[in-house]
Ligand binder design. Structure first.
Ligand code: CIR
Length: 256
C-alpha cells in the first residue's frame, strides 16, 4: 500500500489488560474479546484515514502495553524513547525502540533520573507542551527540551490539575487549535482552549486534513467538531477507557 500520511505504530492488547494501572478510576470488568475487536476497529479507522499501521512487538506480560503512545515521542524525524513514570511500564520501551529503529529513525532516550510518558507530550506546530504530571518530572522535560531543540521545537512545561497526562486534558485539532478541559491545566501556558462538550472529548486524535478520531463516549464533542468544520471519526474504545486510556494513547503517529 502506498500510504499518504505515514506510519501509525500500535500494539495489540495484552490478555492481562484488566490488570493495567488505575490512578483516578475505580476498577470495572474488562471484556478482553471486545477490547481486541475495538483495537482492530481503531486500526482500521487509522488505515482508512491513510495511515499504514505497524505493530510493535506484542507484550502479553505488560497490561498497559497497548497504550503505546506513552513509550516514545516522535517529532521532526527524531524519536525519543520515554522513561515511563510508572516502574511497571518500563518493560514496554525496548520493543518500541526496535519498531522505531526498523523505521530508520534516529533514536535518543530519556535517562535516569528523568521520567516522561508520551501522553504528557502535546505537539502543536513548532511548540511542544509537556505536562508535569505524576509520570513526567522536571528532569525528563529538561532532557526532552534539549533533544527537541535539535529539530527546532520549543518545549513549554505545563502544570496539571487532577489528571493522568496532559493529553487527558487537552489535545490539538488539525488547524492547530486546542480542545479540552481548560480547568485541568495551568491557564498561563495556553492562550486559548476550546472547551470540549464532553469530559471524554478532551482527548481526540487529528489524523490529517479535517479528520479527527473521537471516542464514541463523547458524542457532543463529535457534533461540536462537525459544526467547526472538522470530520469526526468515532471509535468505540470503552474497554481502554476503563483503564484510563483514550484515542491518542493507542498509537504513535509518524508522519512522512
Ligand atoms: C496507565 O495508567 O499508565 C494506563 N492504565 C493508561 C495510560 C493511558 N495513556 C495515555 O493516556 N497516554
Amino acid at each position: 500500500m502506498v500510504n499518504a500520511r505515514g506510519v501509525a505504530l500500535v500494539r495489540r492488547p495484552s490478555p492481562a489488560l484488566a490488570n493495567g494501572l488505575l490512578t483516578f478510576q475505580t476498577p470495572s470488568a474488562v471484556d478482553i474479546d471486545l477490547a481486541m475487536a475495538q483495537h482492530d476497529a481503531y486500526r482500521a479507522a487509522l488505515a482508512a484515514a491513510g495511515w499504514e499501521t505497524r505493530e510493535v512487538h506484542p507484550l502479553d506480560q505488560a497490561p498497559d502495553g497497548v497504550f503505546v503512545e506513552d513509550t516514545a515521542v516522535v517529532c521532526g524525524g527524531l524519536a525519543v524513547l520515554a522513561r515511563p513514570g510508572a516502574l511497571e511500564r518500563r518493560i514496554e520501551v525496548d520493543s518500541t525502540e526496535e519498531a522505531l529503529r526498523n523505521l530508520g529513525l534516529d533514536v535518543l532516550s530519556i535517562n535516569e533520573p528523568g521520567t516522561l510518558d508520551g501522553g504528557d507530550v502535546l505537539q502543536v506546530g513548532a511548540t511542544v507542551y509537556v505536562g508535569q504530571s505524576s509520570r513526567t518530572n522536571a528532569e525528563g522535560i529538561r532532557q526532552l527540551s534539549l533533544y527537541l531543540a535539535q529539530v527546532g521545537r520549543a518545549v513549554i512545561p505545563v502544570r496539571l490539575g487532577a489528571v493522568l497526562h496532559l493529553k487527558s486534558a487537552l489535545t490539538a485539532l488539525p488547524d492547530g487549535s486546542v480542545i479540552g478541559l481548560p480547568h485541568l491545566v495551568d491557564p498561563v501556558a495556553f492562550r486559548q482552549v476550546r472547551k470540549a462538550a464532553d469530559d471524554n472529548g478532551a482527548n481526540v486524535l487529528s489524523v490529517g486534513d479535517e479528520g479527527v478520531l473521537v471516542p464514541i463516549s463523547a458524542p457532543r464533542t463529535a457534533d461540536q467538531l462537525c459544526e467547526l468544520g472538522f470530520s469526526p471519526i468515532t471509535v468505540d474504545i470503552s474497554e481502554f477507557e476503563k483503564l484510563e486510556g483514550s484515542v491518542t494513547c493507542l498509537s504513535i503517529l509518524i508522519p512522512n
